[in-house]
Design a protein around this ligand. Structure first.
Ligand code: P1T
Length: 379
């Protein structure tokens, strides 16, 4: 089945009791049993819920996996992966990461005895110096948040597979419309469904997608045992959003490319971070690994002046200054004070994340209006 068809049909059948074409919202916490332990596969909604089951099966198909496992938020999905580790285990993670992921690793799991190495990862050879007998997991985003760096998933998985390590890829910025990490050898795909997947800035949710039966068993056990599961209404909203993912992503990519080109040519703009621009160091890799370059664009001003960058963000009218990304509306974020404030300044700067960086989630508005807004804000 082709991707567009999967979005609308994979794992989704009309409701057998009524014929309802849209998956019903099974707003129930529990299910009747005819005799103790005799039921229709559903006992309690933390463990299983029919609306969530449909979403999980749809996500598994979209990522060319076998199992989807949904969580209340993206961070709860990441948290579940970390819970398969034990004290003394080590993780190699990309140094450019969503600030909340960095905070979860360093402020929660480091306290439980897991060691993290934050490394600039572009390909498999970058992780080799950090591997030892305690290493269990490699965690990357690609494109990364917020510097839009590209990681070679195939090259990374050739190392992790050879060494018997798990490779987890946060596919939030790309979505399965642009790349399928499991098909490139990764073991776990993680999504903040809050973003492009749901697509309308009206729900917070996360998911893991895997192929391996044993890994699925471990993660589904954690999903139920620790209980950070999403409600059926939110699962319905994500299912509804997913039906148009391909159409939305096409326009996100088109608008993203036009904004990146326009910023690149603007005399007051300094560096533009967008993998679709030929000068981007990951451009060739992104061209082969991804179907397009996405709708996220970061940039600095030529004078690198923080007060001017702040003024620009205050001046924007159509781009809303807010955390998050991937919705139909354009957003602007100041990573240093917002999404990445939980990473110490010294650490941020070591990784190339300047206080003056501005991040745009380019939405689906008319490109002319978006350019006009940026133009008046830059002044
Ligand atoms: O917000 P939540 O659904 O818990 O997802 C966390 C998360 C995980 N991975 C990536 C790449 C993310 O960007 C996020 C959340 N990011 C933002 C809120 C943001 O504005 O960057």
């Amino acid at each position: 089945m082709e991707f567009a068809t999967k979005l609308i049909h994979a794992g989704i059948e009309p409701d057998p009791t009524t014929g309802a074409v849209m998956t019903p919202i099974f707003q129930t916490s529990t299910y009747a049993q005819t005799s103790p332990g005799v039921h229709k596969g559903y006992e309690y909604s933390r463990t299983h819920n029919p609306t969530r089951t449909v979403l999980q099966n749809n996500l598994a198909a979209l990522e060319n996996g076998k199992y989807g496992i949904c969580f209340a938020t993206g961070l709860a999905a990441t948290d579940a992966v970390m819970k398969i580790l034990k004290p003394g285990d080590e993780v190699v993670a990309s140094s450019d990461l969503y600030g909340g992921t960095y905070r979860l690793f360093t402020k929660v799991f480091q306290e439980f005895g897991i060691k993290f190495h934050f490394v600039k990862i572009q390909s498999g050879e970058d992780i080799i110096p950090f591997l030892n007998s305690n290493t269990k997991l490699v965690w990357v985003e690609t494109p990364t948040n917020p510097l839009l760096q590209i990681v070679d998933i195939l090259s990374l998985s050739s190392v992790t597979n050879q060494k018997g390590l798990l490779l987890a890829v946060d596919n939030t910025f790309a979505t399965p419309f642009l790349q399928n990490p499991l098909s490139l050898g990764a073991d776990i795909v993680m999504h903040s469904l809050t973003k492009y997947m749901a697509g309308h800035s009206d729900v917070v949710m996360g998911a893991l997608i895997v192929k391996d039966d044993a890994l699925h068993q471990k993660l589904a056990f954690i999903q139920n045992a620790t209980g950070a599961t999403p409600g059926p209404m939110d699962c319905f909203l994500v299912l509804r959003g997913l039906k148009t993912l391909h159409v939305r992503m096409e326009r996100h990519c088109q608008n993203g490319r036009e904004i990146a080109d326009w910023l690149y040519r603007h005399p007051k703009v300094g560096h533009v971070y967008y993998p679709g621009l030929p000068h981007h160091v990951g451009h060739a890799l992104a061209s082969s690994q991804m179907n397009d370059f996405g709708g996220m664009v970061s940039f600095t001003l030529k004078n690198d002046d923080l007060a001017e960058a702040v003024k620009l963000m205050e001046n924007l009218k159509l781009f809303t200054l807010a955390e998050s990304l991937g919705g139909v509306e354009s957003l602007c974020t100041h990573p240093a004070s917002m999404t990445h404030a939980s990473i110490p300044k010294e650490e941020r700067e070591k990784n190339g994340l300047k206080d003056t960086l501005i991040r745009l989630s380019v939405g689906l508005e008319d490109i002319k209006d978006l350019k006009e807004d940026l133009s008046q804000a830059i002044g």
